[in-house]
Design a protein around this ligand. Sequence first.
Ligand code: PMP
Length: 428
Amino acid sequence: MTRSESLYAEACELMPGGVNSPVRAFRSVGGTPIYFEKAKGAILTDADGKEYIDYVSSWGAIILGHADEAVTEAVAEAAARGTSFGAPHAGEIALAREVAGRVRLERVRFVNSGTEASLAVVRLARAATGRTKLIKFEGNYHGAIDSLLAKAGSGIATFGLPDSAGVPMETAHATLTARYNDLGDVRRLLEANLQQVAAVILEPVAGNMGLVPPSSEFLTGLRELCDAHGALLIIDEVMTGFRVSRGGATERYGLRPDLVVMGKVIGGGLPVGAYGGRRELMEMVAPLGPVYQAGTLSGNPLAMAAGLSVVSRLDKGVYARLEAMGQRLQDGLTASLQRVGTQGHVQRVGSMLSVFFTEVPVTDFEGANLTNKALFGRLFHALLSRGVYLPPSALEAWFITAAHTEEIVDRTVQAFGDALNDAVAIRS
Ligand code: PMP
């Protein structure tokens, strides 16, 4: 038994499924999760001392590499001054200035996770419009909140169904689900629910069904449809923020969101989320307005210090490097697929990518689900044994950091080719 296996057995006696977030449990690829002891740059070391090249990167939260010295120092210095005041401090202003400037937000509020930020913007959007319904996209994820854990209703039903036990039917019904990259679907929902939709929320580059890029007509069309129907446009930049460009997807695609949800990178690996937008909307939030939202640890000094240390260093050079490494990885993986003769597509935006084992490129959730998940599961384990740690699900994005060097990417490509050979040979 490896140390990871014995730790997992122990954890299962204490925590549901042994984990604190479900996908970590390896359920969709089989086997037992790896326990990590430390990480440096792009390399993880597990509890048995084995090293892996990391493509989870804490689900995108890590962009400059693990245990970056400046981040570690900033956190240690902040900790020495006090881990939490429950009162204002200058660190909040510094990160707010950096974040608001990059995404052009007039006001921003920090919370502790992406989930918490989504919860707040939904409440705010409903208060601002006096409407209840929401439109989200199939395969997009905005955190584990009742209002957004809805899946598409079947057939002509225009209301959502709960995607989790415990979500009241009425709550799910208020969430309408459209097909990603399908403006016609959004138009149909808005027209069938005139004056009732508070907001449309989307991942501007989908990362939670594997990496699915938006079409440019989709993004511009959504803004027009929201304007025409008096609905707010909420851009969820939790994954894309400060990753796909200096100012996230908002900058990369020239978006004009009413509200933006953020997380991951802005915390530099510590728990931070944020939401922001136009001043008149954000000033509806307490203490200025009637929308209540609060948090004991919000704006935590350690988290603000880590976030500032990372975000303030994300310049053009970093994005150029991430783009170059992303391209190198994409080219290498695509060549491997061709060499092995496996049908597949490597989809990428900047430093986020996924391999879909499908006949055609993926543009929506239905297409993403056609990927050969059994093959992915075998590939995942074949790569794990070769020292490459992918997200443990076929429908997740892989994340590159600035610590992924050419040599690391080339080693990954080599391992991928070998692992793919093994994975197709087994064919269970
Ligand atoms: N929005 C998006 C786009 C996400 O990818 C995630 C998390 N993967 C969330 C929201 C929720 O963020 P958190 O896990 O920090 O609550």
